[in-house]
Design a protein around this ligand. Structure first.
Ligand code: CAA
Length: 384
């Protein structure tokens, strides 16, 4: 059943938000997208714009300053990503780094952090990946040792999105090396904690305005009350977070696909070859129809996954993987086809589709590669 079970008030609120977002994207985001990509500079002004318009905490529960809607959240990410994937990631990573607190935080932690994350007074990030544990996330080496009223963290995290512009970073570390995934714990680090330092800055193919850094924890001391949940619950928290954050990346992918599709369709109507607009060529009509078909199909999967998140359904792991897999692959295919439809112009930075193609690629890699999504899906059908 695809129809969201939502009240007329919620639907009206969503419509108002989406109208606002479309206008902001048109006026403020789209004109900046090419420059953000070219300079590789984080668009702090757009982060402030999203904060001012209450776009950073949409899926947060209402009592902590959110709207309590994943469906609205994914639609917002999609709208922003149509014009600028980097900018949409600001909203998606705020959710990624807030989810562990929503999922496992105690009341004091929720009260302390979530309202400020919803307003953008605090920005957050999520550090799971390590040099030798990407897909095999349970194999991490970072350690956290309890010393009196503190934990001392040591290790290196890599590819951490937006940590360079964040106040918080959720760090996963081993508290008992003999217990495998059950010996892993989650911590709320502040990026100005002693011993929390930023390492190498990555230079990337796409999402170039979003800083990606190594994080080096060198005797990083944090108060023990920054442990999320109990010791040993870290891997479960990391996975439960990804279940609900993967739809955000799927939404980013979908927005990129839709943006490329719309640009290519406009181009086909305007570009004349062999005495008529390209849009009159049946071969190209079939191509654009397939691009639209795949994008619409991906959208239905995504909205259903987001609805499952709102319902607190017990199969969000599966739906998160389904929508991330489909939307990421569609984004890659549709943007590649859009470049093809524009021919030589498509390959040039003067037109946005080559940027969209570069931006699409990461959606098949981060928050779990497409191969990991397939493992998650297959496990539901076949068991582990
Ligand atoms: N929810 C709750 N608990 C879960 C869970 C979930 N979704 N998935 C697993 N667990 C629990 C399991 O139940 C198990 O506990 P029990 O033994 O008590 O049953 C425990 O965690 C270990 O689970 P698995 O045995 O399934 O673990 P695994 O080692 O086989 O790995 C995996 C599973 C799905 C492959 C996982 O490692 C994975 O998702 N890897 C990909 C990591 C990833 O997505 N990284 C993204 C980094 S963040 C990022 O990219 C952000 C960005 O830049 C924007």
């Amino acid at each position: 059943m695809l129809a969201p079970e939502r009240s007329p008030e919620m639907l009206e609120a969503e419509q108002m938000i989406l109208d606002t977002v479309r206008q902001l994207v048109h006026e403020k985001v789209a004109p900046r997208a090419a420059e953000i990509d070219e300079t590789g500079e984080y668009p702090r002004d757009l982060c402030e714009l999203f904060a001012k318009n209450d776009l950073l905490g949409i899926p947060f529960p209402e009592e902590y300053g959110g709207l309590g809607s994943f469906v609205t959240y994914v639609k917002v990410v999609e709208e922003v990503a149509k014009a600028c994937a980097t900018s949409s990631l600001i909203i998606a990573v705020q959710e990624l780094g807030a989810l562990p607190i929503m999922i496992a935080g105690n009341e004091a932690q929720k009260q302390k952090y979530l309202p400020k994350l919803a307003t953008g007074d605090l920005m957050t990030s999520y550090a799971l990946t390590e040099p030798t544990s990407g897909s095999d996330a349970a194999n991490m080496r970072t350690t956290a040792v309890r010393e009196g009223g503190e934990y001392v963290l040591n290790g290196t995290k890599v590819f951490i999105t937006n940590v360079a512009v964040a106040d918080l970073c959720i760090v996963f570390a081993v508290t008992d090396k003999d217990l495998g995934p059950k010996g892993t714990s989650a911590f709320i680090c502040h990026t100005d904690d002693p011993g929390f330092t930023l390492g190498k800055v990555e230079h990337k193919m796409g999402i170039r305005g979003s800083p990606t850094n190594e994080v080096v924890l060198n005797n990083c001391r944090i108060p023990a009350d920054r442990l999320l949940g109990r010791e040993g619950e870290g891997f479960r928290i990391a996975m439960a977070t990804l279940d609900k954050s993967r739809p955000g990346i799927a939404a980013q992918a979908l927005g990129i696909a839709q943006g490329a599709l719309e640009f290519a369709a406009t181009y086909l109507k305007e570009r004349v070859a062999f005495g008529k607009p390209l849009s009159k060529q049946q071969g190209l009509q079939w191509m654009i129809a397939d691009m639209d078909l795949e994008t619409q199909a991906a959208r239905l999967l995504l909205y259903e996954a987001a609805r499952k998140c709102d319902l607190g359904a017990d199969d969000v792991t599966y739906w998160g993987a389904l929508c991330k897999l489909k939307c990421g692959d569609v984004a890659m295919k549709v943007t590649t086809d859009a470049v093809q439809l524009l021919g030589g112009y498509g390959y040039m930075t003067e037109y946005p589709v080559e940027r969209m193609m570069r931006d699409a690629k990461i959606t098949q890699i981060y928050e779990g590669t497409q191969q990991i999504q397939r493992i998650v899906i297959a496990r539901r059908l076949l068991g582990k």
